[in-house]
Structure formats: structure tokens, C-alpha cells
Design a protein around this ligand. Structure first.
Ligand SMILES: Cc1cc2nc3c(=O)[nH]c(=O)nc-3n(C[C@H](O)[C@H](O)[C@H](O)COP(=O)(O)O)c2cc1C
Length: 164
């Protein structure tokens, strides 16, 4: 049945969006020497020239105000064996980085060891959108990480990998 937007129930909306399969990223930054980050599915490419990418972050995110102050972020595209990293960075609190190995990117953002690829970005623009904020980043550096070859996938609330 097709529903008018005024009749969209949050649970139905969530369920509908769950049918869109994607990779998973952790958006990271560093402010006052403190690494910050959160798990993020809403990453996508925006522009080739200049190279722009985007994600949306909930307005009540604890990490984003720090990322905003830093003015830059890294996109860590997770590899198929990093579901635990995805879960760890989806929690609120300060212990997200416990046991996580990382290096510093050219812009000064944390790069999580074992990720599939990373992009280093300056914040280019922001737009408020409902209970989220759309953040657009200009890509300044990027590189595949060493070793990992397959992505972590997310579909209908579950992790998957390409081999299945
Ligand atoms: C698979 C997955 C995808 C997620 N995608 C997003 C997202 O796109 N944007 C967002 O704001 N939160 C997303 N979250 C939720 C945040 O990771 C979670 O709320 C986290 O605790 C936020 O941390 P913070 O308060 O430190 O920013 C996702 C969580 C999971 C498990």
C-alpha cells in the first residue's frame, strides 16, 4: 500500500530505509588531542570537481560538536571483519577508543587500523535537516588501507559481507 507522507509511521519509515544496503563508515576527528568518532551509514559521494562527500549526523550527537570545532574529519570505510568496530563506535560514551589501534591522517584525523579505505576531509558546508544535520566535506587526501580487501555491508539491520 502506498502511504501519504503525513501517515508515515517511524517504524515503517525505519523498516523501508533498512532495505537500502550500504557500506559502513566511522567518521573520526580529533579535538584538543582527544580522538572522537561515530558509526555512520549515511555516507555518500556528492561532487567530483571539487571532490565532495557527505554524511548526516543526528542533532544530539555528542561527537559532532567536537568534529565541527576541529573543522575536519576522516571517513574510515570499514572492512568485512570490523563489525565489532562498528558496534563500538555506535555506543555513546568515552570508551569508544578502548583497544582500537589508529594512526594520524595528513589532516590530523584518526585512521582506524584495518579499515578498507580512508578519506581525509575539511568541513565544506552544513545544512540542518529535521533532526539531523547534513555535513559536506571536501576531500584533501585519501588512501586504501593495507591488507583489507572486502567491505562490511549493512542491510535490514544486520551486517553482511560480499562472500555470502
Ligand atoms: C549501522 C549503523 C549506522 C549508523 N549510521 C548513523 C548515521 O548515519 N548518522 C548518525 O548520526 N548516527 C548513525 N548511527 C548511530 C550512531 O553511531 C550512534 O548514535 C552513536 O552513539 C553516536 O555517537 P555520538 O553521540 O558520540 O556522536 C549508526 C549506527 C549504526 C549501528
Amino acid at each position: 500500500m502506498t502511504l501519504l507522507s503525513s501517515a508515515i509511521e517511524p517504524l515503517q519509515f525505519r523498516d523501508a530505509l533498512g532495505h537500502f544496503a550500504s557500506g559502513i563508515t566511522v567518521i573520526t576527528s580529533q579535538f584538543n588531542d582527544e580522538p572522537v568518532g561515530f558509526t555512520c551509514q549515511s555516507f555518500y559521494s556528492v561532487s567530483m570537481e571539487p571532490p565532495l562527500v557527505s554524511f548526516s549526523v543526528m542533532a544530539r550527537s555528542l561527537s559532532y560538536p567536537k568534529i565541527r570545532k576541529a573543522g575536519r574529519f576522516a571517513v574510515n570505510i570499514l572492512a568485512n571483519d570490523q563489525a565489532a568496530i562498528s558496534n563500538q563506535f555506535a555506543r555513546r560514551g568515552d570508551d569508544k577508543w578502548r583497544g582500537v589501534q589508529w594512526q594520524t591522517s595528513p589532516l590530523g584525523n584518526p585512521l582506524i587500523d584495518g579499515s578498507l579505505h580512508w578519506l581525509d576531509c575539511d568541513i565544506h558546508a552544513e545544512h540542518d535537516a529535521g533532526d539531523h544535520r547534513i555535513v559536506i566535506g571536501e576531500v584533501k587526501a585519501l588512501n586504501p588501507a593495507r591488507g583489507a580487501t572486502a567491505p562490511l555491508l549493512y542491510f535490514k539491520g544486520q551486517y553482511h559481507n560480499l562472500a555470502e
